[in-house]
Design a protein around this ligand. Sequence first.
Ligand code: NIG
Ligand code: FE
Length: 405
Amino acid sequence: MNAQTGPSLLVDNIGELVTNEPYGEGGPLGIRRRAAVLIEGGRIAWIGPAKYAPAADGRIDADGAAVLPGFVDSHSHLVFAGDRAAEFGARMAGQPYTGGGIRTTVGATRAASDDTLRANVSRLRMEALRQGTTTIEIKSGYGLSVTDEARSLRIAGEFTTETTFLGAHVVPAEYADRPDDYVGLVCGPMLRAALPYARWIDVFCERGAFDADHARAILTVGQDAGLGVRLHANQLGPGPGVRLAVELGAASADHCTHLTGADIDALASTKVDWVSGAEPVTVATLLPGAEFSTRSPYPDARRLLDAGATVALATDCNPGSSYTSSMPFCVALAVREMGMTPAEAVWAATAGGARALRRDDIGVLRRGARADLTLLDAPSHLHLAYRPGVPLIRQVLHNGVPQCQ
Ligand code: NIG
Ligand code: FE
C-alpha cells in the first residue's frame, strides 16, 4: 500500500474497455480488449493488457464484461418539490407541452423545506448513480426569487461541483406584467446571491420564456462575473438560442430540437483552438428524454454529427418535461430515434458530457483521469441500446470507490 494514495484497486479481466482515447484499432471509443485498470488515490494509475496487470491491494473481477467511463449527465434540474404526473397524463391524452407547468413546480419548491429539497436531490442523485452516472450537473430554476435561487444552488452544491444558475427559467407570476424588472432582478441581486454557489449560468431562451435580448443581457453579466455559459435553446420551436450560444462561446447549447441549417453550421464551426489552447466549442447537448416525455419530434443527431458538431447526451431530469435520471435510457433513445450509432451515443453520454462541462478529467479512461468507471452486466457497450430498459449496470466506481450496488 502506498502511504500517500492509500490502498490500490485493480479492475481485472475486462472483456471490452471503453476508454474514449484513440488506441490502435479501438475506433472512436478507444476500445481495448482483455484489459485491466489500476486505481490509486481515486485516479487511474495504469491501463494495460490484463495479462500484465500489476499487483494491487484489492481486486474486482469484471469477468469478461464491458467497462465504460461513468456517464456524465451534463443537464439536470434536480432541485424541486412535487411532481407533475397528472400533466404528463394529460399530454399523453393529447395536450401539448408549453413549459407552463414550470410555475406549478416553482410554487411547490418555494413552499418546501430545505430538508425536503435535499432529500429529493439525494434520492435522484442515488437513482442516477445506480444507473452509472458519476458526474451530474444540477440547475436551479424552480426558486425564481433571490433567496429561493440561492437556496436551490446551495443545496445543489452539496451534491455536485457542476452547479448552474437558472434564475431565467421563466418569468415568475408576480413579475408577469413587468418582465424587464425581473431581468433586472436576475442580473443584479439574484446573480450576486447565486455567485458563491454557481459555476455556470443558463437561460431558457424560448418564446414564452426569455427572448434573445434578455438572454444575451443575462448571460453576459453572468459571464463577466466569472460564470461559464450554457443555454436552453431551440427546444419548442426554431429561434435565436443556438446562434446566441455560439456567439457567446457557450460550453453547450441544450435541446437543439428545432434547428435550421444555419444553426447546425454555427455549432459545427466551433472548434478547439489548438494554437491558443482555448476551447470555444459549443457542444450540442441533446435531451431525448424530453422528446419522449412531451411526445415531440426528436432532434436530428445524425445531421449534427455529419456536419462535424460535437454532440452530448443528457437526461434533463426534471418533473415536467423529462422525469428520468437514466443515461442508459437516453443512449437507447438516441440510437433508436436519433440516428446515432451505439458508439456515438456512448461517446456522447460520457466524453461528450465532459466536453459540455469543459472537463478533461472525466468521461475518459486514461492515466491520471478520475477513476469513475461503470461495469456492465454485458460483454459490450452495444447492449446499452440493444437491451433497452434492462438494468445492465453491475457496479459503479466513483473516484475509485465502489458505490451503492
Ligand atoms: O429543460 N425547458 C425548460 N426547462 C425544462 C423543463 C422544465 C419543466 O417543465 O419543469 C427543460 O425541459
Ligand atoms: Fe432543461
